[in-house]
Design a protein around this ligand. Structure first.
Ligand code: DP6
Length: 335
């Protein structure tokens, strides 16, 4: 019997990943770059035993349906194949993403699961190689293996489409998450991407400009130019949403409150507080800011949103295994 428990944090892309070149292998059309967040994470425990008669998947204490478990089994197969093992696996996963944040947790979920499987199977893959496995669960999970600023290099094959750490973000940087709407998104990113790649006339321009933005943002990170970092981040998000709006049928993730948050951020900038928005495949708005100014920004945003809708997070670290004591809090025994 082998067991392991691993924690992975979620990440928010500053240069977005939008569009797949290969849907089965999760090869992206463009490279991307993200910031790992400390406030939001997933803890995952795996147990492998030849006494088990099926794969099992428990999420937040609830045993999942056959359909949900089948998705996980597909991912487990990649590791079983790599390790040349065939036992069934039980997966127990707990998301520490405040429900009010309304954020998808597939990035931290698949990063934590990949980390736990790597340990439990004794594969000892380095994090870069492991990121090529996490990628097969959800593209954004590729970047959650590492902390701070992380680049996902699109690569040219399944073996080299991987994450690399760029900077530990150990400077004055953070995010205020504005949870505009916490209900599940109407169009999944998977579907939204496909529709954009296949039908938006703006899509080639998106890919071209994402590659340029990536070079520019890495320079800004290197010299810790926060203003430049923020400008590129906001512009990248809007260009991605622009490409979606050009799809047939147009994809619009904005809600009235998203616009309200964007306007509030512009007002804050006019008042001299440097902060910038980014948005993903949903209506929530993430405000990139100086961590030292996050409370002040949150305070201003309470004019439009309740405090439950506003969450501050600093940069997070890469994956790590849980201590036996931490695991015991979930009743997970590592021995
Ligand atoms: C807009 O990683 O959720 O958040 O690879 O299909 O699982 P799949 O998609 P996912 O897409 C993330 C899209 C994004 C941008 C980003 O995180 O880079």
């Amino acid at each position: 019997m082998s067991k392991a428990a691993v924690r992975a944090h979620t990440n928010i892309a500053l240069i977005k990943y939008w569009g797949k070149a290969d849907e089965e292998l999760f090869l992206p059309m463009n490279s991307s770059l993200s910031l790992t967040l400390n406030g939001l994470y997933t803890d995952t425990f795996v147990e492998i035993s030849d006494a088990f008669t099926e794969d099992q998947f428990r999420l937040n204490g609830q045993l999942q349906s056959e359909k949900e478990t089948a998705k996980i089994s597909h991912f487990l197969d990649l590791f079983r194949k790599e390790a040349n093992r065939n036992e069934f696996i039980h997966v127990d996963s707990v998301n520490h993403v405040p429900t009010a944040a309304g954020l998808a947790s597939s990035a931290s979920a698949f990063a934590a699961l990949a980390g736990a499987l790597n340990m439990a199977m004794g594969l000892n893959m380095d994090l870069q190689t492991l990121s090529t496995f996490a990628r097969r669960g959800s593209g954004s999970a590729t970047r959650s293996l590492f902390g701070g600023f992380v680049e996902w290099q699109k690569g040219s094959s399944s073996k080299d489409s991987m994450a690399i750490p760029v900077d530990d973000a150990d400077w004055d940087i953070g995010m205020v998450i504005v949870a505009v709407n916490k209900s599940a998104k109407k169009i999944s990113s998977r579907l939204g991407m496909k529709q954009t790649v296949e039908t938006s006339p703006f899509y080639p321009a998106w890919v071209e400009s994402a590659e340029k933005d990536l070079v520019a943002i890495k320079k800004a990170i290197q010299v810790q130019d926060f203003e430049k970092l923020g400008q590129i981040t906001e512009h990248s998000a809007m260009k991605m949403h622009g490409s979606m709006m050009g799809a047939a049928t147009p994809i619009i993730y904005f809600e009235p409150d998203s616009i309200k948050a964007i306007q509030a951020v512009r007002e804050l900038r006019e008042q001299g507080i440097l902060c910038y928005v980014t948005m993903d495949a949903g209506p929530n708005v993430k405000v990139l800011c100086r961590l030292s100014e996050a409370e002040k920004i949150k305070e201003k945003l309470t004019a439009y949103f309740s405090t439950e809708q506003l969450l501050i997070s600093g940069p997070g670290k890469g994956i790590r295994s849980l201590t036996p004591e931490e695991a015991a809090e979930y009743d997970w025994s590592l021995t």
